[in-house]
Design a binder for this molecule. Structure first.
Ligand code: ADP
Ligand code: ZN
Length: 724
């Protein structure tokens, strides 16, 4: 090729053509550096016909500056990038950027320099140096990353480097990963498991697109059944991607993986250090033979990595809400995973005990193949579930656990068994008031209350991360020590348990306490060793864990998720409660579950108590059909935001004022979004409900494409939104 079209990383400009200098070899997918004005940008060589633009005459073309020494992005990945941009109405560059996640880090050499404390002392100690040295104990990273960790400027650290307090360490980003062994340890599968595993394995060996819905009750041994096709892919020299919804779950997963395959997989998530990121990216692109990069376990962004030779994708806990990305490119990793498998012509396994209604519907209509594991592995039984009607069995004043649940906790403690209390609320109390004037503590950047965290003595916003120390005086009326906690968070429940059961060893499990792999590993080890009697936790404890001595689960407030107008509220409640209930009785001893609720007859609660999953899905199907909601109709949202309220409103009104008139599409709004302010931006929203047959994306693209907005305004499209 002597001239090429490039996708360049600048959202404001379209594709550009460049000349390929003599002797330079590029192909489609090559990652290049190109000049634009006085600047150098990163670009990807793309098929001309797929990126239409006005051609530039040959004599005006500027030459490509460099071709990066990394494998070109394969056609399968380029098609996935195009599909994602198209389906989610996102800019192609924004999607492609998710692939080149390491950005500039790709350009450099194979070795990078990190720094760590040398043990030496600076000639002169300053408070900043002292703080940096304290915080960087045991850390090793680039100067930039260390500066972030320590909360000091790069300059402070460079000073420490000059004095030898921080010493350089050369990191080889091309060193290969230790290979996994498909036959390292092979468990005996049950007959049910064997049947399912063989089906998966056959699809891996056939190298064909095959979407499976692995519908198996909690504790049925789903992991073991997808480890078999994973082993088959390893034997064939192909790569495997396992998507997990929560990085906190990976610790338990990694250990199981190592027990089975004798080596750790690659882990990919957004907070990897730049050296780890560069090493993983390059290894994944080079392929397993050269780099040992065989199995990648990751968060949703791992979907867009440049696998050289993918053989299988697994999405575990596929129903999980966290697979939905809610800002930037708003995509659902579960759906993109299926598309990636399709472009790669490989099987994909969506595993869940509580599949999304959309997934069940796809199975029903024959698009996905449904395979079932109807019973628990090893003869364990599913737990008994009972409701506690809080309107009749009121907890004592200032308490949140009904007497019956408190009694059951006591019984387990006496028997030396474990209990788990679930409440999906971090912190001590969701709302804090001034006792004198009723002032409510609110985030300055978001329409949200500040949540009191007693463990860290902070008021925190769960939306933007803003934190402040609790004020000594009420900011409104000046009352000293005025804060009153309203309602329970997990910290408060843990206090209550310590109060009722002074001898119990209580573990609090939330993203605040389990915020590193080491802490997660320590918690799992303690729980397995029987050193914890009562676990109190948020949704972090609802899945993945397998503690055989855990025989009691209490759901503190099953109604929590049902409040508000969220379309998926019932489904999410069902999934969460069923998942957390699934933690009980996984070993030899049977489990019991108590659900505290004020609405014991609500269909979702009744279905849970009766263990009647089909009844729930039938009721939910009807409700969705009536509402024209997925999978029967489609929803989309347009979210308009600006730091200037009037500007945001004006832009939303302009969009509303040019709404298309389409027989299959209804448009609601604009109205202030449910989070009317988020991270300091005012937000308005339009909701679109469409029939399945409508060309929703084309309509939205044409509509918004005809409008321009001031610089400060952001307009985002959310196709198949989760939160309304
Ligand atoms: P699920 O993901 O379906 O809830 P898991 O895969 O976590 O279930 O399996 C539940 C428990 O049963 C785990 O402790 C797992 O190690 C064990 N298990 C499952 N299958 C087997 C097997 N074939 N041999 C031995 N242990 C198994
Ligand atoms: Zn906030």
């Amino acid at each position: 090729m002597n001239r090429v079209r490039c996708l360049v990383f600048n959202a404001a400009i379209g594709p550009l053509d460049y000349r390929v200098p003599d002797g330079v070899v590029v192909e489609y997918g090559s990652v290049v550096t190109v000049p634009l004005g006085p600047r150098q940008l990163t670009g990807i060589v793309w098929e001309e016909e797929r990126l239409p633009t006005d051609p530039v005459p040959a004599e005006k073309l500027r030459p490509i500056a460099a071709v990066l020494p990394i494998p070109p992005l394969r056609a399968q990945l380029r098609r996935l990038i195009e599909w994602t941009a198209d389906y989610y109405c996102a800019p192609l560059t924004a999607v492609a950027r998710m692939t080149l996640a390491s950005g500039g880090a790709l350009k450099g050499p194979a070795t990078m320099t990190e720094y760590r404390l040398s043990g030496g002392m600076p000639e002169r100690m300053t408070p900043q140096r002292e703080r940096a040295m304290e915080r960087l104990e045991g850390e090793q990273a680039t100067i930039r990353e260390l500066a972030d960790m320590a909360g000091v400027s790069d300059g402070v650290l460079r000073g420490l480097v000059a004095q030898g307090v921080l010493e350089p360490v050369e990191v080889d980003c091309d060193r290969p990963y230790p290979p996994a062994d498909a036959d390292f340890a092979q468990p005996e599968l049950s007959d049910d498991q064997r049947k399912v595993a063989d089906q998966f394995t056959a699809a891996v060996e056939a190298r064909r697109f095959a979407p499976f819905l692995l519908d198996g009750v909690t504790g049925s041994g789903k992991t073991e059944t997808y480890f078999e096709p994973l082993a088959a892919a390893l034997r064939a020299g192909r790569q495997v991607l396992v998507l997990l919804p929560e990085i906190a779950l990976t610790t338990a997963f990694l250990r199981r993986f190592e027990d089975r395959f004798g080596a750790a997989p690659l882990v990919w998530h957004s907070s990897l250090k730049s050296t780890e990121r560069r090493r993983a990216w390059r290894a994944i692109a080079e392929g397993p033979e050269k780099s040992g990069a065989q199995v990648v376990v990751g968060a949703r962004s791992a979907l867009f990595l440049p696998y050289a030779n993918l053989g299988l994708i697994v999405v575990d806990e596929a129903h999980e809400v966290s697979f939905k990305q809610d800002d930037g490119v708003r995509y659902n990793a579960r759906d993109v995973a299926v598309m990636r498998a399709r472009f790669e012509s490989i099987p994909v396994i969506l595993a869940s005990a509580t599949p999304a209604l959309e997934s069940l519907q796809m199975a029903e209509s024959g698009v996905y193949e449904r395979v079932e594991l109807p019973s628990r592995f090893g003869g364990a039984t599913l737990p008994d579930i009972a409701t506690i009607d809080l309107t009749e069995h009121k907890p004592d004043r200032g308490r949140w656990l009904a007497p019956k649940l408190a009694e059951e906790l006591q019984v387990r403690l006496d028997r030396g068994e474990q209990s788990l209390l679930f409440l999906n609320r971090r912190g001590y109390a969701p709302l804090t008031l001034c006792r004198n004037c009723g002032h409510r503590f609110q985030c300055a950047n978001c329409s949200a209350w500040l949540v009191e965290h007693r463990l860290s003595s902070r008021l925190a916003c769960h939306h933007c991360g803003h934190e402040e120390p609790p004020p000594a005086l009420c900011p409104e009326c000046g009352e000293p020590d005025c804060m009153v906690a309203c309602g329970p968070g997990v910290e408060r429940i843990a206090d209550e348990v310590r109060d009722i059961l002074p001898k119990a060893r209580v573990a609090l499990v939330t993203s605040d306490t389990l915020n590193s792999p080491d802490k997660a590993a320590a918690f799992i080890a303690e729980a397995e060793a029987g050193a914890i009697d009562v676990i109190v936790g948020t949704q972090l404890v609802t899945k993945g864990f397998h503690f055989p001595e855990l025989t009691l689960v209490g759901v503190v407030d099953a109604d929590l998720g049902l409040e508000g107008g969220d379309l998926r509220a019932a489904e999410r409640t069902y999934q969460q409660v069923a998942q957390v209930a699934g933690r009980a009785g996984r070993g030899a001893k049977p489990g019991e579950v108590y659900i505290q609720t004020r609405h014991p007859t609500a269909p979702v609660i009744a279905a849970l108590a009766n263990g009647d999953r089909d009844a729930f899905y039938e009721a939910e199907t009807e409700a969705r059909r009536d509402a024209g909601a997925p999978p029967f109709g489609r929803w989309a949202a347009i979210i308009v935001s600006s730091e200037d309220e009037a500007e945001a409103k004006q832009a939303a009104n302009r969009i509303g004022g040019t709404r298309p008139d389409h027989p299959d599409i209804a448009i609601l709004g604009p109205a202030p979004a449910p989070m009317a302010m988020l991270r300091g931006r005012y937000r308005y929203r339009l909701l679109i409900n469409a029939r399945r047959s409508a060309e929703l994306q084309n309509v939205i693209r044409d509509w918004l494409g005809a409008l321009t907005f001031p610089n400060g305004v952001r307009v985002g499209v959310d196709i198949d939104p989760y939160s309304f």
